[in-house]
Design a protein. Structure first.
Ligand SMILES: Cc1ncc(COP(=O)(O)O)c(C=O)c1O
Length: 390
């Protein structure tokens, strides 16, 4: 089952005729794996792989499995996996050490004392910045997080709650990225999950860090004697998580599941870029309720991977989010707006005539096993209450 062969372009769906194994995945394997690094972090446990029968019935597939990232290392989204690994690698480099010399978070905590005072800075739509601030606090470092002007107070409070200084910029996510990048210096490390010319190493480490999600999924499937999924759906912001997805599934033995990337219609920068054949920056504001996906430009390091290895790119309107959130709640899964994006995409393929072709391209039917990555829980608790109350 694969979307190969389907080529659609109507602003809301785009499928690659022939996805390619992404050449840029040929990166050296680190001597400490993200999976083992995370497993030794305080409070670690693999997040659950849950079954979502109500969702499966509603969209007419055999099984929906959900990798539930609503509780990850003490936070409510997957982002801490990339942030912790990138902070670890950046600090090891900053200390002039090797991974073998500092092989764990505990060891890093001891060694980092000699680097203080040191600030970690990042720009964020919410979750990445909170994760960077959380890791900084665990390491006894300062953090300074830049956020867009329209960020809801609950998200700002959550970042401040981790001990960070928060600056609200007069502009959007891209403006926040620019401001945080300007702080780089001997006493300030920029830990960005997106990349730009000349700033590529840390965001590549963020992608590496997300690989833990997919390693855990394989472990859970294997432990339960369950087959690999036919289709895997991830939400896309700047494309770092999707790059980790592509990296994982293209390096596994065949058959490869069909890989689907979902963006909000108001922030479909990867879909638009793939359709244009080059990175484009959206000219309009990104206003989706899927706050973590409100990005105007794909990440430079994610781009060569994400533009080649995904089968189907879908842009989904916000209107599908409330039902997706409620269906997942019925299945016992707390999924915030970005977390529900994958199920929203399945609903859109069922209910939206314009996207029906995309569903047919994936050959979704009663026998299909679909895996959704629910990337966040109730990161905005008030919005979550409103969504699920309806
Ligand atoms: C909850 C959530 N899901 C998905 C994403 C998208 O990840 P990426 O920006 O790596 O594409 C983000 C990004 O911030 C997020 O916060």
């Amino acid at each position: 089952m694969s979307a190969s062969g389907l080529v659609a372009r109507d602003g809301s769906a785009f499928a690659l005729a022939q996805p390619n194994p992404p050449a840029s995945l040929d990166v050296p394997i680190p001597s400490v794996s993200p999976r083992s690094f995370h497993a030794a972090m305080p409070g670690y446990r693999a997040t659950p792989l849950r079954s979502a029968p109500a969702a499966a019935r509603r969209v007419g597939v055999g099984e929906v499995l959900v990798k539930d990232e609503s509780e990850r290392l003490g936070l409510t989204s997957f982002k801490v996996l990339g942030a912790s690994w990138a902070v670890y690698r950046a600090l090891v480099a900053h200390l002039g050490a090797t991974l073998e010399e500092i092989p764990s978070f505990q060891r890093l905590r001891a060694e980092v004392a000699r680097a203080r005072p040191l600030t970690l800075t990042a720009a964020t739509d919410g979750n990445h910045g909170r994760a960077v601030a959380h890791i900084a606090a665990l390491l006894g470092l300062d953090s300074h997080i830049y956020v867009p002007a329209d960020m809801v107070p609950a998200r700002i409070a959550a970042i401040e709650g981790e001990g960070a200084a928060v600056t609200v910029v007069d502009g959007g996510y891209e403006d926040a990225v620019e401001r945080s990048a300007g702080d780089a210096g001997p006493r300030c490390l920029v830990i960005s999950d997106t990349s730009w010319p000349g700033y590529e190493q840390v965001p590549a480490w963020v992608i590496e860090g997300y690989s833990t999600i997919f390693a855990e999924i394989d472990e859970a499937l294997e432990a339960g004697g369950r087959p690999q999924p036919d289709v895997v759906v991830v939400p896309i912001g700047v494309g770092a998580l999707a790059a980790a997805l592509v990296g994982h599934y293209w390096s596994r033995p065949a058959p490869r599941p069909a890989l689907v990337g979902v963006e909000p219609t108001s922030a479909a920068c990867v879909l638009e870029s793939v359709a244009a054949g080059r990175i484009v920056t959206l000219g309009h504001p990104q206003t989706s309720v899927m706050a973590g996906l409100n990005c105007a430009t794909p990440s430079l390091v994610a781009w060569p991977i994400v533009s080649r290895g995904i089968d189907l790119y879908l842009a989904v309107p916000d209107s599908f989010i409330p039902e997706a959130t409620r269906l997942l709640a019925r299945d016992g899964i707390v999924a915030g707006e970005c977390g529900a994006a994958g199920l929203a995409a399945l609903l859109a393929m069922v209910d939206d005539e314009g996207l029906a072709g995309a569903g047919e391209g994936l050959s979704l039917d009663q026998t299909s096993r679909v895996l959704l990555i629910s990337t966040e829980g109730a990161t905005d608790p008030e919005a979550y209450r409103r969504l699920t109350a309806g």
